[in-house]
Design a binder for this molecule. Sequence first.
Ligand SMILES: [Zn+2]
Length: 411
Amino acid sequence: MRVLDIFHNLIINLIIYRKKLTKGMKVMKGHPETIRKINRRNIVEMVRQYAPLSRTDLARRVGLSLPSVSRIIDDLIAERIILETGKGRSSGGRKPTLLEFNPRYCFAFGVDVARETTLVLTDFSGTIVEHVTLPTSAAYGPQQVAEVVGRQIERIREKHDLPPERIVGVGIATPGFLFKATQAIEDSPFMGWEKSDVVNLFSSFLPYPVSIDNIARASAIAEVLYGWGREFGSFFYFYTDWGTGGGVVYRRRIVRGAHRACGEVGHITIDPQGILCYCGNRGCLEQYTSTVAILRMLRKKRGGEVNFDILLNGYAQRDEVTIAVLKQAGFFLGKGVANVINLLNPPAVVIGGELGRCFPEYVEEAMTSARENIFSLVAQDTPIVVSSLGKKEVVLAMAQSVLDHHLEKLI
Ligand SMILES: [Zn+2]
């Protein structure tokens, strides 16, 4: 029996070994193609970052032989992704031909829909070709905004004489879309967006691929590219502006969640008996921390007409009521920040949006209030920092995301 057992095990092991061997061989079959793609990607990235470069420079930088680099470069030149431009300095022999990334290979639009709409056209290298602001108002609603944006994009494309096939997409940041809302939404700046299937809506006015993010996540992407992302690869991004929202950034990428709704921190409940929110719940964080909430508090304490300019003025004049209202909002923001730190233990929290930029005391109060509620002693010193980015970086990030996505498809 023992001999039989040993023989049986030997046969089983042989079968497993054969399976492993064939499986390994299958992987090997696809291998050269994968390697070629990786080399092609590295070469495009090198040219994008360090051009102008000669083929020899490029071969040295990517660690490949000159013939291998030349084969890939010839393909990229035929596709017009890379151009040959001028001659470099000779180190003895013939002058080398220099290679450049072709910035006019394709173009993308970035749009930020807010109280006024910001729009940029960028080339393939991410350089701004045109930057406009459009006087849209919160009262416009998604349909009207989509019409205005569609018209402007076509006007700009024609002005720069760009064939439609050179436009690879439009990245749009909106106040939000498809979320729970009740009648109370009529008193908020987000009216109309709650029911909108914005991708279809904008697509009906634009003959290009459309990608949409809410403003909080779009701002978090901008932070990764142009702001604190240079220091922190992962962080939680708090956006406090007309609304309050957020985004989880993990290893330089936005975490989308199972239904692409990750980061809706504005609607965590901080007081179940509190202020009624347009989402139908009471005591949502947004109702205590956003610009709308601050203006409401100010109106209640002061009476009369209150708007953002009056808030800015009051702050500049060191008006006591204004400062107290901002500090109170900051106090609540701090509770939200602490909740996020307790839940996720991120390496850092970045506070972005108009309020953080304009009112340092709002942020200082939030930092103090957050530290009081961080449970773990080791997470006490989590850096809480303020973003210095504005609308321009958000639209640039939207356009850049479209270009990156296109580049990934190309190589
Ligand atoms: Zn809510």
